[in-house]
Write a protein that binds this ligand. Structure first.
Ligand code: IPD
Length: 269
C-alpha cells in the first residue's frame, strides 16, 4: 500500500458522492441539453460537463499540484506524480434513458500506476472502491459497511456469463458484432449493461464471470480495472499487448486463459 493511498481514496470517495448527487439531481432534465461527440450515437449531456467541472474542481482544489485527465476535456500534467483519471458519467446513454446503470468513475494513478479506483453508481448508490494492494470493496445505501469482493465462481468458459460493450463508431461496431457472433455460442450468455466501469465492477462482484471490450478510453476503465484486479480477477489485453490496446479483459482466473485465447482468435488485430 502506498502511504498516500488512504487520503487519495477518501478524497475520491467524497468527490464521487458529491458528483453522484449532482448527476442524480440532473436526471429529470437530462434530455434537455444533449450534444453529439465522435459519432451521432456518442452523446454528451450538460450534466456530464457540469459533473466533470465539479470533480476536477474538488480534486485540484484539495491537491493543486496533481494532474488530471477527464472524458469531457480536462487535461493537465501536474507536478506531484499523481494523476486523476475521471469519467463524470460512464453510461451516458443509460443516464439519458433513466436505465439505472450510470456511474461517476475516479481513479488516481501514482507515477503512472493505478493506486486508487472509485466507481459510484449514481442511480443506485452502490459504491465500489479499490486501493492497489488493499483489495476491492462494495458498500451500498442499505449495507454501508464495505464488503470485500472476490469475483465469480465460473470454472469453465462454456458456463460463463460474459459482459461486453460497444464503441460508438460504425466500423468498430461491425468488428465487435462479429466477435459477439463467435463468442455467443461458446459461453453461457452475454450481457451489455452500458457502462464499462460498472461492468468491470460487476465482474469484481461476481455478477458476471468476465468482461471484455475493445477501444475503451482510459477514463472508461481506469477505476473499474483496479476494482476488478483487486478482487482477484485477471485483467489483461490481447497476448503481448498492453491493457486497452485495443482490448480490456477482466476474467476470473479459472477462465481467463480460455477466454483470452478465444478473443485472440476472434479479434481483428
Ligand atoms: C461508454 C460506456 C459503454 C461502453 C463505451 C463507452 P460513456 O462510456 O462505458 O458501456 O461500451 O465504449 O464509451 O460514453 O458512457 O462515458
Amino acid at each position: 500500500l502506498l502511504p498516500e493511498s488512504e487520503s487519495l481514496l477518501a478524497l475520491a470517495v467524497a468527490t464521487a458522492r458529491e458528483a453522484g448527487e449532482l448527476v442524480r439531481s440532473g436526471r429529470a432534465t437530462a434530455g434537455d441539453d444533449v450534444a453529439v461527440k465522435s459519432s451521432p450515437v456518442d452523446v454528451v449531456t450538460a450534466v456530464d460537463t457540469a459533473c466533470e467541472h465539479l470533480v476536477v474542481g474538488r480534486l485540484l482544489g484539495a491537491r493543486p499540484d496533481d494532474g488530471v485527465l477527464g472524458e469531457e476535456g480536462a487535461e493537465r500534467a501536474g507536478t506531484s506524480g499523481v494523476r486523476w483519471v475521471v469519467d463524470p458519467i460512464d453510461g451516458t446513454v443509460n443516464f439519458l434513458y433513466d436505465l439505472p446503470a450510470y456511474a461517476v468513475s475516479i481513479a488516481a494513478e501514482v507515477d503512472g500506476v493505478a493506486a486508487v479506483g472509485v466507481v459510484l453508481n449514481a442511480a443506485t448508490g452502490e459504491l465500489f472502491t479499490a486501493v492497489a494492494g488493499g483489495g476491492a470493496f462494495l458498500s451500498t445505501p442499505t449495507a454501508p459497511d464495505p464488503v470485500r469482493l472476490t469475483g465469480g465462481r465460473a470454472t469453465s468458459l462454456e458456463h460463463s456469463l460474459v459482459a461486453t460493450g460497444f464503441g460508438y463508431r460504425v466500423e468498430r461496431r461491425r468488428a465487435q458484432g462479429a466477435v459477439v457472433a463467435g463468442l455467443l455460442p461458446r459461453v453461457r450468455d452475454i450481457r451489455r449493461h452500458g457502462s464499462a466501469a460498472l461492468e468491470l465492477c460487476a465482474a469484481a462482484a461476481g455478477r458476471v464471470d468476465a468482461y471484455y471490450e475493445a477501444g475503451l478510453e482510459p477514463w472508461d476503465h481506469a477505476a473499474g480495472a483496479l476494482v476488478a484486479a483487486e478482487a482477484g480477477l485477471v485483467v489483461a489485453g490481447l497476448p503481448g499487448r498492453p491493457v486497452g490496446d485495443p482490448l480490456v479483459v477482466a476474467a476470473a482466473p479459472e477462465i481467463a486463459e480460455d477466454l483470452l485465447a478465444l478473443l485472440a482468435e476472434l479479434h481483428p488485430a
